[in-house]
Design a protein around this ligand. Structure first.
Ligand code: HEM
Length: 125
């Protein structure tokens, strides 16, 4: 096999198209959402356990760090849903599968997710 093949695996030097960045972020946001389910179920369980548990859960959620984590979770979920709906629209043939439409829909998904993220921040603080 030829040993001197042109291989470039240095991600910092590869210019990623916006649809590729959207795709990577979609997987990352999916993993964050998966971990978030555990955190949110733990909080829900605590809040439903007793009156003290509810007060404890409320107390936890007043801290800046907890709010920041929740904001991150809501941002990841918002992004994942926007990217997910984009995927579903493409899969059902509502969006054309070409470079121009892929880039445009990726940008729209990012902009909507940023707006939802800002709204989540306003809601929390
Ligand atoms: C608890 C909620 C959710 C969790 C934990 C979750 C998690 C994930 C993860 C980890 C992936 C990545 C799979 C991979 O890249 O191999 C994924 C992909 C996907 N998710 Fe979610 N997801 C959730 C909710 C949603 C929702 C609400 C939507 C719809 C809007 C959605 C739509 C999608 C789609 C379409 C893909 C496939 C994307 C692709 O083909 O690259 N997900 N999800």
């Amino acid at each position: 096999m030829k040993k001197q093949r042109p291989v470039n695996l240095d991600l910092r030097t590869i210019n990623q198209p916006v649809s590729a960045i959207t795709s990577i972020l979609h997987r990352i946001s999916g993993v964050i959402t998966f971990i978030a389910v555990g955190i949110l179920l733990w909080l829900l369980g605590m809040s439903l356990s007793s009156q003290e548990g509810f007060l404890q859960a409320s107390e936890i959620m007043t801290g800046f760090f907890a709010k920041f984590i929740l904001w991150g979770i809501l941002t990841a979920l918002a992004y994942h849903i926007c990217g997910g709906i984009r995927h579903v629209l493409m899969d059902f043939g509502f969006l054309e599968e070409n470079l121009a439409t892929g880039s445009a829909s990726a940008k729209v998904a990012i902009v909507i997710a940023v707006i939802l993220s800002i709204l989540a921040g306003v809601l929390l603080w």
